[in-house]
Design a protein around this ligand. Structure first.
Ligand SMILES: [Zn+2]
Length: 407
């Protein structure tokens, strides 16, 4: 198994060389290096006896159809696109590992058809809208996005044509077949597994998130002539609110809240800040809890503003519901972890994944691999050989169990 793990890692490193920017890994949706990735993976799929195709949104798909097996298939996969200046493993490892799982299924002679989907787009970098690949596959692709333009003014439908595909055929990407379920293998992209000295975790849910924009309106004025008690300092109000948000979220299990962006006017050293615009990102596995805390944070902003005679307004920019992953699939992963003698850890994902889109179409679960240093979306992103090997040992148990359960 160690040799397989090394191969899965090696393939990620080879794919990392296919990039838009020499010296950095940047591979956006349907950009030229994606052709090279497809060529490498297609060759590998065909060597495994899989039928391959690229659908109209640019997902590379390989089907392993064992002789004398039915048509119902298990889906495996993850995404091939990256953020700018990315690491080599986010998404890609879920594809190279899926191909190792296919080979394991073949060696075990399991009568289990498996389709591996290497999604063309998950990160939302090129067209500021994520999950294009999985949305096309699940029939939830919004065709109005075809008119979106990237930073160079290239419309999405033109980008699809330039890649050699036909945007009129996006419906042909939809999975109409009977499906048995979907498993996404993915690096954790966070520090939890490393902190708990664990290699793998079952992901049983993906948190919902709310994003808001806040604006504190005070009064810009002279920093020397305006006494402290006569000021309406928008930044001082915002700063108090930021600290309150952090303190509240720290005390609440399962809640994360982040003020990540700030824009200050006039932003001069000798002027009292008159206006501050900030972002707030709130995530929780419970939709009810998330709504509750969002209301609470708004209330805290009003308190902080009121103290200083500052006005505050806000706008909600995103309200994405949490997604529970499938209990049967999660339990089967748990049985597989136990059978392979690994400790069982269940957790939620704080980041979005294709699995959250797929979950609406078929029973879905994810398996996380430890992220050394908790680092991701960064060139230092890496993965340990023994953790990849662990995902293969669990995969073998899972495939055996799954094939037995569905036959
Ligand atoms: Zn990812």
């Amino acid at each position: 198994m160690r040799a397989r793990a090394q191969r899965a890692i090696q393939e990620c490193r080879r794919i990392a060389a296919f990039t838009e920017e020499p010296g950095r890994i940047t591979r956006r949706f349907l950009t030229p290096p994606m052709h090279d990735v497809h060529a490498l993976l297609t060759e590998r799929m065909q060597a495994l006896g899989m039928n391959t195709r690229v659908d109209a949104i640019g997902n590379l798909r390989g089907l392993w159809q064992p002789p004398c097996a039915g048509k119902k298939r298990l889906l495996l996969g993850s995404h091939l696109d990256t953020v700018p200046d990315a690491g080599a493993f986010d998404g890609v490892l879920g594809v190279t590992l899926a191909l190792e799982w296919v080979e394991l299924a073949q060696e075990l002679k399991l009568p289990l058809p498996i389709e591996v989907i290497a999604f063309s787009e998950e990160e939302g970098v090129r067209y500021a809208t994520p999950f294009l690949g999985s949305r096309a596959v699940t029939g939830t692709f919004d065709k109005s996005t075809l008119a979106y333009e990237d930073a160079d003014g290239v419309r999405m439908d033109d980008a699809i044509r330039q890649f050699g595909l036909n945007p009129e055929k996006i419906n042909e990407a939809i999975l109409h077949e009977d499906l048995l379920g979907f498993i996404e293998l993915h690096i954790e992209q966070g520090p939890v597994l490393e902190a708990e000295d664990l290699q793998l975790a079952i992901v049983e849910g993906i948190v919902g998130q709310t994003r808001l924009g806040f604006r504190f309106n005070g009064q810009a004025n002279h920093a020397g002539t305006t006494p402290m008690h006569l000021r309406r300092d928008a930044l001082a109000a915002a700063a108090e609110w930021i600290s309150a948000v952090e303190a509240i979220a720290k005390k609440e299990e399962g809640l994360v809240a982040t003020v990540g962006k700030i824009d200050l006017r006039p932003n001069a050293g000798n002027v009292i800040p008159g206006q501050v615009e900030l972002s707030l990102d709130v995530r929780h596995m419970s939709n009810r809890q998330r709504s509750h805390w969002v209301r609470h944070f708004i209330h805290e902003a009003q308190i902080a503003a009121h103290k200083r005679g500052v006005a505050v307004e806000w706008v909600q920019k995103l309200d994405q519901q949490a997604v529970d992953l499938d209990r049967f699939m999660c339990n089967l992963l748990q049985i597989s972890l136990e059978a392979a003698a690994f400790p069982v850890k269940r957790m939620t994902s704080g980041a979005g994944h294709d699995a959250m889109v797929m979950a609406a179409r078929t029973p879905t679960a994810m398996l996380f691999l430890r992220s050394p240093g908790g680092i991701s979306h960064h060139p230092d992103e890496t993965v340990r050989e023994e953790d990849v090997e662990a995902a293969l040992l669990v995969g073998r148990k899972f495939l055996e169990q799954f094939a037995a359960d569905v036959s």
